[in-house]
Design a protein. Structure first.
Length: 306
């Protein structure tokens, strides 16, 4: 539990309305599920963020950058510590001379805004990110991708705030990307990413983006809250195909349902709890393991207390 001194100090560092306490995480995840977090910090500038994380570390209080909560399941028991959302100066594109097709995209910028920026400025290479409901930081941390492309393919450099409060730049040779992941040390926060793109006509880029969004809408459910793909695709196969093959498409537990449109998506059909989602995940993984001897690994991040 956070005492009055800690709460007061957090307010002083973050500034007034930037720090909230006992906040339902269901308001900050795309699944619309989750118990309360002890504190929510909406960070808007680097100095305050660095001071806040240093204070939290010294006090032994855990923190988690949640982005738009698009790949996150918070358990019903809530989340201890602090959820951090990057806003303000963390949600822009800058250092863009446009003499070269290279931009600095800050971690809090939603991916759809990044894609819009690229269209407007005739920058091609990020079209595959269209329709992915996350932020730049989340996209980098998860090595977001679609249609055979991953964000690591356009990253030149990433700036990180270390757990010691130091700002470090790491070029692509220093970054250890995995399938749907990036190796980071405890407490590290992605601040921005330098993206290497290509010049192209805005109309052509827009056409590609529209086509990608159309493909996503045809394949994925957008009519109910979800966290996107629940499991990583096993090597040489697709999690959705495997879950459909074991007959679980449309299966419901409580208020949660394995989507009838795409079997690797679980939707919040009717006031689902995190327990409902986890039960469906366990069922799907168990059935696939039993029938195909394949172990599915979660793509979403599950956090919080039972």
């Amino acid at each position: 539990m956070m005492d009055a001194h800690i709460k007061k100090r957090m307010k002083e560092i973050g500034g007034g309305k930037a720090v909230l306490f006992d906040v339902p995480m269901s308001q900050y995840t795309t699944l619309r599920i989750g118990g309360n977090v002890e504190a929510l910090y909406k960070a808007r500038d680097l100095n305050a963020l660095s001071e806040m994380t240093t204070f939290l570390r010294d006090e032994g209080i855990p923190y988690l950058v949640t982005g738009r909560g698009s790949n996150l399941l918070v358990r019903d028991g809530g989340l201890k510590g602090v959820a951090i959302i990057l806003e303000g100066s963390f949600a822009v594109v800058n250092n863009t001379s446009m003499a070269e097709p290279c931009i600095v995209a800050w971690a809090g910028m939603p991916l759809y805004k990044l894609v819009d920026f690229c269209i407007e400025n005739g920058l091609s290479g990020a079209e595959f990110l269209a329709g992915i409901p996350g932020t730049v930081g989340g996209g980098v941390a998860m090595n977001a991708g679609s249609w055979g492309k991953e964000i690591k393919g356009v990253i030149n450099e990433v700036t990180i705030l270390t757990g010691r409060g130091i700002v470090e730049k790491r070029d692509s040779s220093m970054l250890k990307f995995t399938y749907r992941g990036l190796e980071l040390n405890t407490g590290e926060i992605i601040l921005n990413a330098v993206l290497n793109l290509k010049f192209d006509r805005p109309a052509l880029i827009r056409t590609k983006v529209v086509a990608n969004i159309k493909r996503r809408k045809e394949r994925f459910p957008f009519d109910m809250p979800s966290a996107g793909s629940i499991f990583k695709n096993p090597r040489g196969d697709y999690a959705g195909r495997l879950i459909e093959a074991v007959g679980l498409k449309g299966k419901t537990i409580g208020g949660a349902m394995i989507s009838a449109k795409h079997a690797n998506v679980i939707v919040n059909k009717d006031k689902a709890s995190s327990s409902d989602i986890l039960a469906l995940m366990d069922l799907a993984a168990g059935k696939v393991r039993e029938m195909f001897n394949i172990q599915l690994s979660p793509e979403i991040k599950v956090v919080g207390e039972m």
